[in-house]
Design a protein around this ligand. Structure first.
Ligand code: SF4
Length: 615
């Protein structure tokens, strides 16, 4: 039955050079759908707990979803799943652009990459022709230089490319994969896993553009409906269409959710215009959307941009997360954020973790907590030049950059002296640029996400402040429902910004898309629960080796949990009114998510997941 998938994957072993095409497991669409769900299923099935994320046993799963490459718009993203070197836990990271659809057009729903190549290489996929190519001479190039070199080497000027930069080669724990010049699967150190395998990137060119779906006519109608709803968003000049995520800077500052000086404050008040939407007005920009996108949020600077020191280089307009974590959190100027963003894309570094780790280092410098051997390299908040130099040092692991390349958690453990209290991460993943002290129960999302403190794992719908209300089952139910919607979007593969079409894409829409594309009749919330549970199951196996339960790790940074914001509308607000309030919220969530009071899945759910995975 046509189900939006090719029902096949390709397994590439870099140690043995074996390339094997395999069928996807029967009924995978009914149980784990595609994208994140498919990747989580494969990784859990294939990895033993306790393996070294940077060793030969770790695997990289690149996955696509049933909607990609079909008539449905706004499906340009793709998913990579692996065991994170930053957290030691399950990791899924996502990026837009063209790589996902191209992989689908090449005839595969997923790639499994395993082993370690003897010397630097890149993989080329041209429909059935898959090769592991020597790339010894390309080592040390930036992401964009590699992108151009891969295309040239395989004589495919239109190939879509994923590549690592020097940061990935040097195994920086928060190195990312860059594709289409500035799209990053940013979180958790996937670039370091590529680097550990001597894999410099992947080039893809596909020609199988006819993706078979269950009910093409109905899916065409649904696609038309989405396009019309996207037009309405454009008509009302919604910020995502007008300028993209930089507009969120002012919104976040007004809500006291902005990271300012390593989350010591939540707002820049009147000064927000220096880094927000207004700051872009001084530059010429143009849209650079993902494949078949009718929202088109992404922008790059015009041709005359001054950092254009590489042939064909594209300087991307910094997204909100970069403006927050590099800009306001490190207290640097807009021009510096733009230059930093350019360096981050060139080196292949996650802007969230890089900015957060540097802001932490700046606070340590100001408080006199930097150990003597690194004191010459100290920089304080507002040191624009120092920040740019530090980004380069991190990418190449030079001087103190070698320590910072390990991420905030490990740096704080090394520096000690109470610095752990302002190390802003969950499970080792640096927190996104949305302070949960400005939004009721958002902290529960960060605390319980398998990957750590990501902003893309569902938000509760209440706009209230934590200081104004205790967490209730009703609030937590809205978070669980939003988590489910995000899990399904990441598994069908449809962009999260479909929340800005009018009316917003909802659970009923994704149920319809799922059925019309795949023929599946299952309730998508059941599938979402399975995907949530399998990622928790993956992490539980890791925690058991440390003789811990999952709940022990479901926590928030000390500053976020115990220190109230000092100014703004959330003045006096912590992430929760008390520790008891936080624990009560966790209890509600655990009950809804089939967990015991200790945060581990209950026995029945463990048995159900093990049965689905075949363990
Ligand atoms: S809304 Fe933005 S991120 Fe989403 S698919 Fe479109 S261009 Fe890409």
């Amino acid at each position: 039955m046509a189900n939006g998938l090719h029902n096949r994957l390709v397994r590439i072993n870099l140690s043995t050079n074996q390339i094997k095409k395999e069928k996807l497991p029967e009924n995978i669409v009914e149980t784990f759908m595609g994208g994140k769900g498919l990747g989580a299923f494969l990784l859990t099935q294939e990895l033993d707990p306790g393996i070294d994320p940077l060793g030969s046993e770790n695997k990289i799963i690149v996955s696509t979803g049933p909607l990609q490459g079909t008539v449905v718009p706004i499906c340009g993203r793709y998913c990579i799943v692996t065991k994170s070197p930053l957290t030691g836990l399950f990791l899924d990271s996502h990026a837009g652009g063209f790589v996902g659809p191209e992989l689908k057009f090449a005839g595969y729903d997923a790639l499994i990459i395993e082993g370690i190549a003897k010397s630097p290489c890149f993989i080329s996929i041209r429909d059935d022709d898959i090769q592991i190519n020597d790339a010894q001479d390309l080592k040390g190039l930036t992401t964009l230089e590699k992108e151009m070199a891969f295309r040239k080497r395989i004589h495919e000027p239109k190939a879509r490319i994923m590549s690592i930069g020097p940061a990935g080669e040097n195994k920086v724990k928060f190195a990312c994969i860059t594709s289409d010049s500035f799209r990053n699967t940013g979180r958790g150190g996937i670039g370091a896993v590529f680097g550990s395998k001597n894999l410099l990137g992947i080039a893809i060119k596909g020609n199988k553009k006819d993706i078979p779906v269950f009910d093409l006519e109905k899916l065409k109608n649904k696609a038309m409906d989405l396009r019309k709803r996207a037009s309405k968003g454009k008509e009302v000049d919604h910020w995502i269409y007008r300028v993209g995520t930089p507009a969120l800077f002012n919104i976040s500052s007004e809500r006291d959710q902005l990271p300012v000086r390593n989350f010591q404050y939540g707002t820049l008040a009147e000064e927000a215009s220096s880094l927000g939407e207004e700051a872009i007005q001084n530059y010429s920009t143009k849209k650079r959307p993902c494949y078949k996108c009718v929202i088109q949020c992404a922008h790059v600077f015009g041709d005359n941009f001054s950092f254009k020191d590489e042939e064909n280089h594209i300087a991307a307009v910094p997204e909100y997360e970069t403006l927050g974590l590099i800009g306001s959190s490190c207290a640097v100027k807009y021009e510096t954020v733009v230059e930093a963003n350019y360096l981050l894309n060139k080196y292949g570094l996650d802007s969230i973790s890089t900015g957060s780790t540097i802001a932490f280092f700046m606070e340590c410098s100001e408080k006199g907590l930097v150990p003597p051997e690194f004191q010459e390299e100290q920089i304080v908040f507002g040191d624009d030049q120092g920040l740019l130099e530090l980004i380069t040092k991190i990418a190449y692991k030079q001087g103190v950059g070698k320590i910072l390349a390990e991420g905030t958690k490990r740096v704080s453990e090394l520096f000690g002296q109470g610095s752990e209290k302002f190390a802003i991460h969950v499970k080792g993943l640096e927190m996104a640029a949305w302070d949960p002290r400005g939004r009721l129960a958002l902290g529960l999302s960060y605390a319980t996400a398998a990957a750590g403190a990501s902003h893309l794992r569902g938000w509760p719908t209440s706009m209230k402040l934590p200081k104004d209300e205790l967490v209730s089952p009703e609030i937590v139910e809205t978070l669980v429902s939003e988590q489910d919607l995000k899990l399904i979007k990441d598994s069908l593969i449809i962009c999260h910004f479909t929340h800005s079409i009018i009316p917003a894409l909802n659970l009923q829409d994704v149920q319809t898309l799922y059925t019309e594309a795949t023929g599946g009749l299952k309730d998508i919330r059941e599938i979402a629960q399975s995907i949530w549970s399998i990622t928790r199951y993956f992490n539980m196996r890791e925690f058991k080796l440390q003789q811990n339960t999952a709940g022990v790790h479901d926590t928030l940074p000390y500053r976020i949990l115990y220190e109230a914001l000092p100014t703004g509308i959330a003045e006096e607000s912590k992430a929760f009114q008390s520790i008891e309030d936080f624990q009560q919220g966790l209890k509600f969530l655990y009950e809804m998510r089939k967990c015991n009071h200790d945060g581990d899945l209950n026995d029945q759910e463990v048995a159900r997941i093990e049965n689905l995975v075949g363990i």
